[in-house]
Design a protein around this ligand. Structure first.
Ligand code: ZN
Length: 235
């Protein structure tokens, strides 16, 4: 059994709203925080630019966090594009499919990401994975649910023979509550920079700025983000 360092965290960081809030949460709690992102031919590749912007702005605004922020890793997961045929990786309409899941659902995607992140964390001796997965205000992806993640972490601990754990601080929070969490940790400054620089829109639109951030305004990710921001602001 390999003992890993539980004061070190690796955040699955896509540059979206949830993973940006998860990153701030991790920086508030752990001694060192590394980040990992995945390039899988997603059509909102603009998200990958958002990763750099969010990290840069966090470092500028919070020097104590900048000192804890370690390496950023980018892993290619282009095999997911070979499986293909989803609205996330191909030019397909974004809607709800026959299986009641959004056509942006990439089967197995989050399972692959978690496994790759776990392998990277193991190599680096990092004991805690952190993700922004959420099953409250979510897109319906079954691999974001706590039951699926907990089963997968059991498999990872067995298959890698180590004591790694996963923390998902937003799992049971609404989008409005996750904004409140960001505010508790980093104040209005953290909220403002995440709102400005994180990216959620499935269509990759960054030309239109709404009060809730950039996006096309009508894909499921924009709808969820707009609703959460409105609830946060009206509370
Ligand atoms: Zn959108």
């Amino acid at each position: 059994m390999r003992k890993l360092d539980h004061k070190q965290a690796l955040v699955l960081f896509s540059g979206g709203q949830d993973s940006s809030i998860a990153l701030v949460w991790a920086l508030d709690r752990f001694e060192t925080v590394e980040t990992v992102g995945f390039d899988y031919g997603q059509r909102h590749v603009v998200e990958l630019g958002a990763r750099q912007a969010v990290k840069r702005e966090i470092c500028a605004a919070f020097p104590a966090w900048a000192a804890k922020l370690g390496s950023d890793h980018m892993i290619s997961a282009h095999g997911l594009k070979d499986i293909g045929d989803t609205a996330m990786t191909a030019e397909q309409q974004i809607t709800v499919g026959d299986d009641n899941l959004p056509t942006t659902f990439v089967p197995g995607r989050n399972l692959v990401f978690l496994t790759l992140a776990a392998g990277l964390a193991y190599r680096r001796g990092v004991g805690v994975l952190i993700g922004g997965m959420c099953e409250t205000d979510f897109s319906g992806y079954p691999d974001c649910r706590e039951t699926a993640l907990s089963a997968q972490m059991d498999a990872i601990r067995l298959g890698m023979e180590c004591d790694m754990r996963l923390e998902t601080p937003l799992m049971n929070e609404t989008k409005a509550a996750s904004w409140r969490l960001a505010e508790e940790i980093g104040g209005e400054q953290a909220v403002a920079l995440i709102n400005e620089h994180s990216h959620s829109c499935y269509r990759g639109v960054r030309t239109t700025r709404h009060d809730w951030g950039y996006g096309c305004g009508d894909c499921p990710a924009c709808a969820l983000r707009a609703k959460g921001w409105a609830e946060y602001k009206s509370a």
